[in-house]
Ligand binder design. Structure first.
Ligand code: ZN
Length: 238
């Protein structure tokens, strides 16, 4: 009983760990693989909506908000939570209409993750020092020239809701995958087959093919269950 409980806790911990790892990995890969085709000003496969001084590029695993520096500062002053800042900028892209965007004064807010953005990072332009990065590891710019290839980074600031949703998603996936052998064993038992080797055994407990017994291996056939009695049992049944 205690052993079963311990096994379940271990399995749950594994699923949670795997889920968190996968969500981080997806976010990092999304950030590293992101190379917008910016040489001509277009964005390749990304969905773009632009209104005045905020621009949003949505890829499946990665979102970039291009925003004027002064607008960015206004939203930073208004909200404490990074997720709220990004939501505000995103919403602003729908209604703001300020023309004349100065490229050298643009801030790039990059969000990464799937199904929801789980991390964010910010590239701030600085005339004196070059671009500064907040909550991010800078990556080498993409080979194609253009302003949109300059701000490549791996975002590090967690967006907690997105991280929670992504981790749960991948944890559920890990649980589903790890349950496949168990489901297969159950299905074999229902069909009167040996759960270990799929030999048709009917109701007889020790398998004549591999020696699997209900008594010695209730959960999963192990090598100790198979070894000593196997040859003996086989001759007895024959
Ligand atoms: Zn068997």
């Amino acid at each position: 009983m205690l052993g079963t409980l311990r096994r379940r806790i271990a399995r749950l911990a594994f699923a949670v760990g795997a889920g968190a790892m996968m969500s981080c990995l997806v976010a990092v890969l999304a950030a590293m693989c992101w190379v917008p085709t910016a040489a001509t000003g277009s964005r390749g496969s990304g969905r773009v909506h632009r209104s005045g001084d905020v621009e949003v590029i949505s890829l499946s695993t990665e979102r970039t908000l291009w925003v004027r520096y002064d607008t960015y500062l206004v939203f930073c002053a208004r909200f404490d939570d990074p997720a709220a800042i990004d939501r505000g900028l995103d919403a602003a892209a729908q209604w703001l209409d300020v023309s004349e965007v100065d490229c050298t004064e643009e801030v790039a807010v990059i969000q990464c993750g799937w199904p929801l953005p789980a991390f964010r990072g910010v590239a701030l332009p600085s005339r004196m020092l070059g671009t500064e990065y907040e909550h991010a590891v800078r990556l080498r710019p993409a080979p194609a020239s253009g302003r949109h290839t300059q701000f490549r980074m791996i975002p590090l600031q967690p967006l907690w809701l997105g991280l929670l949703v992504d981790s749960s998603f991948f944890a559920a996936l890990a649980v589903g995958i790890s349950a496949i052998p168990w489901c297969r064993r159950r299905a074999r038992i229902r069909r009167g087959l040996c759960p270990s080797c799929a030999y048709p055994v009917g109701d007889s407990s020790p398998c004549t093919e591999c020696g699997w017994t209900m008594a010695t291996a209730p959960q999963r056939p192990t090598s100790t269950a198979i070894t000593p009695q196997n040859p003996h049992r086989r001759t007895a049944n024959e």
